[in-house]
Design a protein around this ligand. Structure first.
Ligand code: NCD
Length: 295
């Protein structure tokens, strides 16, 4: 199978994947993916997602290859489909794809026989990040049922926000969204989402997630200036005072401290940002095992 989005996963499938991720932490010298060749095809920049997929594949005994888009024949004009077919013909069985075009993994899944894992497509979806975040929250809060989770900032351009919204609501949480009008427009129509002023979204929240402004997706047009954004939407310890006592702050990374959140908050006791990164490896082990039919 492929993992293109979280929207196709039921609550019990999501929970099973999170349970499998927990189990994966204990695995040593595992050979679940022996015989599989995992290609990392990242057409957009990535640190944590790319590294954790590579380590996850290796931890389960797969061979890995990094396409290294910048130094590949992509620069000679080769199309996405031709590039992925080339990978398949050289023996790649699983392609982890990140691409600026929303929907690229769906095209890839139709065009090649390799299994496709979506590592982030445009502003559409980032399923493994949502799984890592859901695991982080489930462990910290003891469960997501009936929890109030606030997501603040550039929701409109964020594949992380969309996938988290779907995964967290499927797991029983209510998700509150706050940001400048251009960053939340239309999200009232999303099942399980409530768009609200910042104070209301933060009030009594069990956890708060903030996001980088996706300037590469032309998000800059949605705000008057970065300075005004910080003044109105930047998260600080003081603003977090509205949330439940000790409510954690999450961020998928990379953070821009001093913009979407203060440096103090990012390094405070509330911060689960490091834990989100740590959970990325076992979650991706679980996903790779699932798509390989070995879960
Ligand atoms: C995010 C992404 O690329 O979607 N990063 C990540 O994978 N953890 C978020 C971002 O780039 O802002």
């Amino acid at each position: 199978m492929n993992l293109l989005d979280v929207d196709g996963l039921s609550r019990s499938e999501l929970e099973r994947l999170l349970d499998l991720a927990v189990e994966m932490r204990e695995r040593r010298g595992d050979t679940t993916l022996r015989g599989e060749t995992v290609a990392l095809a990242f057409y957009e920049a990535s640190t944590r997602t790319r590294v954790s997929f590579e380590l996850a594949a290796k931890a389960l005994g797969a061979t890995t290859v990094d396409l290294g888009v910048a130094g590949s024949s992509v620069g000679k004009g080769e199309s996405l489909v031709d590039t992925l077919l080339t990978l398949q013909r050289t023996g790649v069985t699983i392609i982890v794809l990140r691409h600026a075009a929303s929907g690229a993994p769906y095209l890839a899944a139709r065009a090649t026989a390799a299994r496709i894992v979506n590592a982030g497509d445009g502003q559409h979806a980032h399923p493994t990040q949502a799984l890592a975040d859901a695991l982080t929250l489930r462990e910290h809060l003891g469960g997501l049922d009936g929890r109030k989770i606030a997501i603040v900032g550039d929701i409109a351009h964020s594949r992380v926000a969309r996938s988290n919204l779907q995964a967290l609501t499927a797991l029983g949480a209510s998700v509150w969204l706050a940001g400048p009008p251009a960053f939340v427009r239309g999200f009232d129509a999303w099942p399980g989402a409530t768009v609200a002023p910042l104070d209301e979204a933060l009030r009594d929240a069990d956890a708060v997630m903030t996001l980088r402004i996706q300037l590469e997706r032309e998000a800059g047009g949605g705000i008057p200036s970065l300075r005004e954004y910080v003044a109105s939407w930047g998260l600080t310890e003081e603003r977090m005072g509205l949330a439940n006592r000790g409510a954690p702050i999450l961020h998928p990374g990379p953070t821009n401290e001093g913009l979407e959140l203060s440096a103090d908050l990012a390094s405070s006791d509330r911060s689960l940002i490091g834990r989100q990164v740590e959970n990325g490896v076992p979650v991706r082990m679980a996903v790779l095992a699932l798509v390989a039919g070995a879960a």
